[in-house]
Design a protein around this ligand. Structure first.
Ligand SMILES: Cc1cc2nc3c(=O)[nH]c(=O)nc-3n(C[C@H](O)[C@H](O)[C@H](O)COP(=O)(O)O)c2cc1C
Length: 279
C-alpha cells in the first residue's frame, strides 16, 4: 500500500499529474487528483506527480513537497560542455584522502541517477577509508598472483599474470594506488542492471571531476574482483547475481594543460526512407 496523498485543499485540478504520470494511474475525480485504486501497484514511485504539481498538492511515501529543494538554475551549457570535454581518466592519484564531507556529497548524489523502471536496486560499495583501500588492493593482487601461479586465471585474463608481477615490483597498474573506490552493482534480473550501474558511475564521475577529484573507470579491477577473486566481492557483500563496475577515486596527482581533440567516428543520420547516411 502506497503512502500516497493528495491535499484536496491545495489541488486545483489542473491535470498536470494525470498527463505526466508515466504509468497512467492518476485520474481527476470531481476536479481533484487521485490514484486509480486498482492500479496502485503500477506506481514507479518516480515522484513526477509531486514534482510537476504547481501547487504542491502531492506527497508520497513520506516525501513532502514543501521539503523538496526548489529548482535552481541549470549549469550553463558552456560549463557542461567544458566538463564533458575536460573530464579525463586519472591514473595518478595523490596519497591524500578525500574529506568525509566531500565523499558524503558524492554518495548522496548517486541517489539521483535514473534507473530502469525506477527500481533503484543499485548497490554502492564505498571504500572511503584509504587504509581499507590499501588492504583491499593488496588482497586482490595477492589473489591474482596466486591464480597466475596456480594457472587458474580465467580464460582471456592471462594478462593478469604480468599485472601481478608488476604489482610485486611496486607498480600498481590495476588500482593505480587510488585512495578510494566505489563499486556499483545491480541484480542481473532487474530491468536494466548494466545501464543502471554505468549511468550512476558516469554521473558520479562528472560531479567528482567538477569538484576537483580524479576518477578512473577501472575494467582491470572489475575483472579481477569479479572473475579472478570473486570471494573478495562476496566478502564485500556484493551478491553473486550482481553485475558490477569499479570506479577509482581520489585527488589527482596529474595536471592536464589542455583538452584532447576527438571527433565522432561512427555517426549517421536517419533519413525519411529509414536508411542511415554518414552524418
Ligand atoms: C568502461 C571503461 C573501463 C576502463 N578501464 C580502464 C582500466 O582498467 N584501466 C585504465 O587505465 N583505464 C581504463 N579506462 C580508461 C580508458 O582507457 C579511457 O577512458 C580512454 O583511454 C580515454 O581517456 P579519457 O577517459 O581521459 O578521455 C576505462 C574506461 C572505461 C570507459
Amino acid at each position: 500500500m502506497l503512502q500516497w496523498q493528495v491535499d484536496e485543499d491545495r489541488c486545483v485540478g489542473c491535470g498536470e499529474c494525470v498527463t505526466e504520470c508515466p504509468v497512467g494511474i492518476i485520474e481527476l475525480r470531481d476536479g481533484v487528483a487521485g490514484i486509480l485504486p486498482h492500479r496502485e501497484k503500477a506506481c514507479l514511485q518516480c515522484q513526477h506527480c509531486l514534482a510537476v504539481c504547481p501547487v504542491g498538492a502531492f506527497s508520497m511515501a513520506g516525501v513532502q513537497p514543501d521539503a523538496c529543494a526548489p529548482l535552481g538554475e541549470m549549469p550553463a551549457p558552456e560549463a557542461m560542455d567544458r566538463l564533458l570535454r575536460q573530464r579525463r581518466s586519472c591514473r595518478r592519484f595523490a596519497q591524500k584522502p578525500v574529506e568525509p564531507a566531500l565523499f558524503q556529497r558524492l554518495v548522496e548524489a548517486l541517489a539521483y541517477a535514473p534507473t530502469g523502471k525506477n527500481v533503484r536496486a543499485t548497490r554502492f560499495t564505498v571504500v572511503d577509508d584509504a587504509s581499507v583501500m590499501e588492504r583491499l588492493r593488496h588482497t586482490v593482487m595477492e589473489g591474482v598472483a596466486r591464480a597466475a601461479a596456480d594457472g587458474t586465471l580465467p580464460e582471456g585474463l592471462g594478462f593478469f599474470a604480468a599485472l601481478a608481477r608488476r604489482f610485486a615490483e611496486g607498480q600498481d597498474l590495476v588500482f593505480r594506488k587510488a585512495p578510494h573506490m566505489i563499486i556499483a552493482s545491480s541484480p542481473k534480473g532487474g530491468p536494466s542492471p548494466e545501464a543502471d550501474v554505468y549511468i550512476a558511475l558516469a554521473q558520479l564521475e562528472l560531479l567528482a571531476q567538477s569538484l576537483g577529484l580524479g576518477t578512473l573507470w577501472c575494467g582491470f579491477a572489475t575483472w579481477a574482483i569479479q572473475a579472478v577473486v570473486p570471494h573478495v566481492a562476496r566478502s564485500l557483500g556484493i551478491p553473486e547475481d550482481h553485475v558490477m563496475y569499479v570506479m577509482l577515486l581520489g585527488y589527482p596527482a596529474v595536471r592536464f594543460h589542455r583538452a584532447v581533440q576527438r571527433e565522432i567516428r561512427h555517426s549517421f543520420r536517419v533519413t525519411l526512407d529509414l536508411q542511415s547516411q554518414p552524418w
